[in-house]
Design a binder for this molecule. Structure first.
Ligand SMILES: *[C@@H]1O[C@H](CO)[C@@H](O)[C@H](O)[C@H]1NC(C)=O
Ligand SMILES: *[C@@H]1O[C@H](CO)[C@@H](O)[C@H](O)[C@H]1NC(C)=O
Ligand SMILES: [Zn+2]
Length: 449
C-alpha cells in the first residue's frame, strides 16, 4: 500500500467512526450548597448578615460570593437546564454537597427536608431522565430516607449498595456504558469520615470487582464522585490541612490513582466536583497520559478557598461507547447581575482550547500549553475558566503558573510536592511521551509492508 492510499484509508476509517457516533448529552451539576437561610433577616442565620460580618474586609463587589445558593439561584439553574434541554439528554450527574456547610449543625430532619426540596426541583426539571446523585461531605449520610427520595432514579440493585455505603453502579441498557458512582466521603480524612473504616474498605473491594467485571464484558466506565484524586492547587496540597473537609486521605488518593491506572483501558471518563473550580487532572502510566478527570465548577458562588461564579455543564458524548466529545460550560455572573439570573454560555471546551478531541493525550498537550511561560494566552484562558470568569485582576507569576501545571499533571500528593519544589525535574520527568514515536513507527512498518 502506498502512502496516499494509506492516508485515504485512515481518513475513511476516521470518517466511519465519526458518522457512526450516536450523539447524546448529559448535565453535570455539583456543589449546589443550598442555604435555606440565605435571605433570612435573623441574626447569625441570614447569609447576607453573616457574610457581611465575616467578610467585611472584602470589598462590596465580592459580597455575593460570601453566600451559598439561595432558593432563587437554584430555581434559575433549573430553569436554564430546562430551557437548554437537548432532545437526546440521556441522564444527569449530580455530584453532591447539596447543602450549605452553614447547615452542618442543624437537625437531620431539617437537612433531609432541604435535600427533598432540591430533589423535587430536579425531578420536575428532568421528568423523563434519570439523575444519578453522589454524596458529598456536606450531605446527610446514606439512609432509608435518602433511598426513598432517590428510588425514582435508581434501580433496586443500586439502591442496595447505596443504602449501606452510598455507592452504586448503573448499567445503561442500550449501550456499553457503565456509570460507577462512588461515595468519596468514605475515603476522606478528618471530620468528614462518619463511618467506620470498614465501609471504605468495602467500597474498594466493590470497585475492583465492578471494574474487573466491566473489563470482562467490554464495557466502558465513567467514574463519578464528589471528591476525586489530585491536589488543591491553591494551598498546601497533600498536607494535613488539605485532609479535612472531604479531601481524600493520601492513602486513598494513591490507591484510587493506582486503580485508575490499572483500569485505564476501561475508564473513559471521570467526573468530580468538590473544589468549586473548573479544572482537570491527568493520570499517567510510565510517563504516558492514560486517563483524564474533569472537575466541574459549583453552582454556589461561595468558594472553597477562592471565589468563583456559579456554573452548570452540559456534556456531549457518543452514547454508543461513552466517548466524551465536548462540553458547554454555562455560567452566571453574580457580580454584575446582582439579583438577576442571566445564565450564559461561558465557553465550549474543544473550541476554547483548540482541542481536536477530548482524550488524555490531547489534555496532556493542553497542560503543556498552560505551562508555557513565554506565551500566557492559554494560561489566562485556563485561569479565567478556573474561576468561572471571576477575578479578572488575578496575578500569577512564573512559580504560580508552575503550581497550576503540577496540580493538573501530578495527582499523587508526593509527586505534586516534588514537582512544585523542583520545576527543572518536572520538565525532565515529563520527557516527550513516546506514544507519538510508536505511532510513527507503526505507520512506517505498515507502509513498508
Ligand atoms: C421546602 O419546601 C417547602 C414547600 O415549598 C417549604 O415550605 C419549606 O420551607 C422548604 N424547606 C426547606 C428547608 O427548603
Ligand atoms: C457552544 O456549543 C453550543 C452547543 O453546541 C452552541 O449552541 C454554541 O453556539 C457554542 N458556543 C460557542 C461560543 O461556540
Ligand atoms: Zn462543596
Amino acid at each position: 500500500m502506498n502512502l496516499t492510499n494509506y492516508v485515504v484509508y485512515i481518513i475513511g476509517l476516521f470518517w466511519l467512526t465519526l458518522t457512526d457516533a450516536k450523539i447524546g448529552y448529559f448535565w453535570h451539576i455539583t456543589d449546589l450548597h443550598y442555604d435555606p437561610f440565605h435571605n433570612s433577616l435573623e441574626l447569625h442565620r441570614g447569609c447576607r448578615h453573616r457574610g457581611s460580618m465575616e467578610h467585611n474586609h472584602r470589598n462590596e463587589r465580592h459580597r455575593d460570593h460570601s453566600c451559598d445558593s439561595s432558593w432563587n439561584l437554584i430555581q434559575s439553574a433549573a430553569a436554564l437546564m430546562a430551557a437548554r434541554h437537548p432532545d437526546t439528554l440521556e441522564f444527569v450527574l449530580w455530584t453532591g454537597d447539596i447543602l450549605s456547610s452553614s447547615m452542618e449543625h442543624l437537625k437531620e430532619e431539617y437537612k433531609l427536608e432541604a435535600v427533598r426540596n432540591v430533589t423535587d426541583i430536579l425531578s420536575r426539571t428532568f421528568s423523563s431522565q434519570f439523575v444519578f446523585p453522589a454524596l458529598g461531605h456536606n450531605d446527610p449520610p446514606p439512609s432509608r430516607k435518602l433511598v426513598d427520595m432517590w428510588m425514582q432514579w435508581l434501580p433496586t440493585e443500586a439502591l442496595q449498595t447505596f443504602e449501606t455505603g452510598g455507592y452504586y453502579t448503573i448499567e445503561q441498557s442500550h449501550s456499553k456504558l457503565r456509570i460507577v458512582v462512588l461515595n468519596s466521603v468514605l475515603w476522606a480524612g478528618g471530620a468528614a469520615r462518619t463511618d467506620g473504616p470498614h465501609r471504605g474498605r468495602a467500597q474498594w473491594e466493590w470497585l475492583e470487582q465492578v471494574l474487573s467485571k466491566a473489563r470482562r464484558k467490554s464495557e466502558m466506565v465513567y467514574i463519578v464522585a464528589h471528591a476525586g484524586p489530585g491536589v488543591e492547587e491553591r494551598h498546601g496540597a497533600g498536607s494535613a490541612s488539605a485532609a479535612g473537609g472531604g479531601e481524600l486521605t493520601p492513602q486513598a488518593n494513591a490507591r484510587l490513582i493506582h486503580l485508575i491506572r490499572a483500569f485505564s483501558d476501561v475508564i473513559v471518563g471521570q467526573f468530580y466536583g468538590h473544589r468549586h473550580t473548573d479544572t482537570f487532572r491527568l493520570v499517567y502510566s510510565e510517563g504516558r497520559p492514560v486517563s483524564w478527570a474533569f472537575l466541574a465548577p459549583s453552582v454556589t458562588p461561595r468558594g472553597a478557598g477562592s471565589i468563583s461564579n456559579p456554573g452548570l455543564r452540559l456534556y456531549k458524548f457518543d452514547s454508543n461507547n461513552g466517548k466524551v466529545l465536548d462540553y458547554t460550560q454555562y455560567y452566571l455572573d453574580v457580580t454584575t447581575n446582582r439579583g438577576e439570573h442571566h445564565w450564559a454560555i461561558e465557553y465550549n471546551l474543544t473550541q476554547y482550547y483548540g482541542l481536536r478531541e477530548v482524550s488524555a493525550t490531547s489534555l496532556d498537550a493542553l497542560a503543556d500549553r498552560i505551562r508555557n511561560y513565554h506565551d500566557r494566552t492559554i494560561f489566562n484562558k485556563y485561569i479565567s475558566a478556573l474561576r468561572v470568569r471571576h477575578a479578572p485582576d488575578f496575578d500569577c507569576d512564573t512559580a504560580c503558573v508552575h503550581v497550576h501545571y503540577c496540580a493538573i499533571t501530578r495527582a499523587e500528593y508526593q509527586e505534586f510536592r516534588a514537582c512544585v519544589r523542583n520545576p527543572a525535574s518536572a520538565l525532565a520527568s515529563r520527557a516527550p511521551s513516546n506514544s507519538a514515536a510508536i505511532l510513527l513507527y507503526a505507520i512506517l512498518i505498515l507502509i513498508s509492508s
